[in-house]
Write a protein that binds this ligand. Structure first.
Ligand code: SF4
Ligand code: SF4
Length: 194
C-alpha cells in the first residue's frame, strides 16, 4: 500500500479508484452470475463460477495439522486412555471441558473419567487441551469441522461416548471416509433432509 504523499492527484481524490473498484466488482458479478446460470443448464461445467468454495458441495482438503473435532483416544482393549488428571480442563481457556473422575476397577489404573464432556459451542478450537494432555488421550485430528445442530445449546455438548466413538470410527473406516460422511450429512442438512 502506498503512502498518501506518494499517490497521484487522481488517486488522492478517490473517485477514479472507487469507479475502478465498482467496475471490477460488477464485472465479476456478471461473469459469475452468467456462469452459474449456464451451469444450471449443464453448460460451461469446467469454468469455475466463483472463487468461493461451494460448501458443502465442494470438498476442501484441510491440511494435516487442521484442528478438527475432538476425540478421546483408546487403549487396544477399547478402554479410554484418559486418566482424569484435569490438565486439559485446566488449560482450556474457554472452560468448556467437564470431567467427573471415578476410581478404576483395575488397581493399576488410578482414575478414569466417568463423565467427560466438551461444550463445543464454547470451544474455540485452540488445541490447548491436546497440548496439555500428558498421555495423548485427547486429539483433534479427526479432520472434520464443528457440527451444525438445531438451536438447542445442549446438542453441542459432546460426551465421552461420542468422543470415544469418533476414535473407533476413525480406525474402522479411515479419515477420508469420516470426512465424506460428514460432508454428506452437511449436504442433507442443507436440503432439509436431516
Ligand atoms: S480446543 Fe481449546 S477451547 Fe476447545 S476444549 Fe480444547 S482447550 Fe478448550
Ligand atoms: S484428556 Fe488427558 S489431560 Fe484431559 S483429563 Fe484426560 S488424561 Fe488428563
Amino acid at each position: 500500500m502506498r503512502r498518501r504523499e506518494e499517490m497521484t492527484f487522481l488517486e488522492r481524490i478517490y473517485i477514479v479508484e472507487v469507479v475502478k473498484g465498482v467496475l471490477i466488482t460488477f464485472t465479476r458479478l456478471i461473469r459469475n452470475l452468467s456462469l452459474h446460470i449456464l451451469q444450471l443448464f449443464g453448460f460451461a461445467k469446467k469454468s469455475k463460477a466463483s472463487q468461493s468454495i461451494q460448501y458443502p458441495n465442494d470438498r476442501r482438503d484441510y491440511p494435516e495439522r487442521f484442528r478438527g473435532r475432538h476425540r478421546l483416544t483408546l487403549h487396544d482393549n477399547g478402554s479410554v486412555k484418559c486418566t482424569s488428571c484435569f490438565l486439559c480442563a485446566t488449560a482450556c481457556p474457554a472452560k468448556c471441558i467437564y470431567i467427573e473422575p471415578a476410581e478404576h476397577p483395575d488397581k493399576n489404573v488410578e482414575k478414569f473419567p466417568q463423565r467427560y464432556e466438551i461444550d463445543t459451542l464454547l470451544c474455540i478450537y485452540c488445541g490447548y487441551c491436546v497440548e496439555a494432555c500428558p498421555v495423548d488421550a485427547i486429539r483433534m485430528d479427526t479432520g472434520i469441522h464443528p457440527e451444525v445442530y438445531e438451536a438447542d445449546p445442549r446438542m453441542y455438548i459432546e460426551d465421552k461416548e461420542t468422543l470415544m466413538d469418533r476414535s473407533k470410527e476413525l480406525v474402522k473406516i479411515g479419515k477420508n471416509k469420516v470426512y465424506e460422511k460428514h460432508m454428506e450429512k452437511m449436504q442433507k442438512l442443507e436440503r432439509f433432509e436431516v
